[in-house]
Every structure is written in C-alpha cells, then in structure tokens.
Design a protein around this ligand. Structure first.
Ligand SMILES: [Zn+2]
Length: 160
C-alpha cells in the first residue's frame, strides 16, 4: 500500500490500523460493484479484528466491512467486546483518481459501531474527498438510536 502524505502525518497506531484494513480490503467479495472495502477494529484491552465487505447477487443482502468486523469481534471475543478505534480502506483503483469516492461508514454501520464503542471518543479513520479523516464516533453519529435511552451508559460498560 502506498499512502499519501495525509496518512503519513497520522499517529503510528492509526497508520498501523489502516494497514490492517488495507490487507482486509484485498479479501473483499465485491464481484458486483468492484468496490472493495476493508475494516480494522482495535479492541479495548488489546487485539485487532478485521473484515471486508461481502456482496450478494441480490444486492440488498450485501454486508459492509464495518458491520462484518463488529459481528466477527462479537463472535470471537464475546458480547462484552468494545472497540476503541476503527480504520476503513477502500480499493478505489477503478475510480477516477481525481474523484475518489467517499467511504465514510453508512448509516446502518454507524448505528452498529455505536452499540459496541468503548466510549464516545472511539475514533473512526476513513477517506473523504481523497483525504484521510479521523473523527470520534460521537461526531460521526451525534444522535444514535437507543431502544432504552436511559440505558445509554450501560451499553458502554457492558451492564444491563
Ligand atoms: Zn455500512
């Protein structure tokens, strides 16, 4: 992977996470759109979980890299798993280099990411308009849905 100057200016741990996402991106099953995306989740307490998008001939059943990463993390580490940082990388080779597509997480993924965030300062690294953007989950999804709003805090500490 050849990074541009923007990512070179990011902290080492963010660059390392982006490298993991790039590796995951190469495993994407994107035979319809050719739009490959990789995600790498840094897990609270240690470890990284990666995933890629998986498309389907029905189109509507396609599952994004971000949600696949969360679901894999729950399957591997249990329901108390929480993430502190996520990096997203898209393979944009087929697109016009002058107009790279935005790959900020879709609305569904933002909501799923919110469910398993370590806290509001969990960071999301993605590409927008050719630039790497690093922002908090709170900024990315300022007003998440909560089934029981008064339990908002308990989601984060794993209690009910
Ligand atoms: Zn998504």
């Amino acid at each position: 992977v050849t990074w541009d100057r923007e990512i070179a200016q990011l902290p080492y741990d963010q660059r390392a996470l982006a490298e993991r996402a790039a590796t995951a991106c190469s495993q994407a099953y994107a035979r319809y759109s050719k739009f490959k995306v990789g995600a790498a989740l840094r897990i609270k307490g240690g470890g990284v979980v990666t995933a890629a998008n998986v498309e389907n001939g029905s189109y509507g059943l396609t599952s994004c890299a971000e949600r696949n990463a969360i679901f894999r993390a729950v399957a591997e580490k249990g329901t108390d798993v929480r993430w502190t940082s996520i990096a997203l990388v898209a393979d944009v080779e087929k697109f016009d280099p002058a107009k790279p597509p935005t790959i900020s997480p879709c609305g569904a993924c933002r909501q799923v990411l919110n469910e398993f965030k370590a806290d509001d300062n969990a960071t999301v690294l993605f590409i927008k308009d050719g630039q790497f953007v690093l922002m908090t989950i709170e900024k990315l999804l300022p007003i998440p849905f909560y089934f029981k709003p008064w339990q908002q805090q308990s989601l984060n500490d794993g209690t009910d």
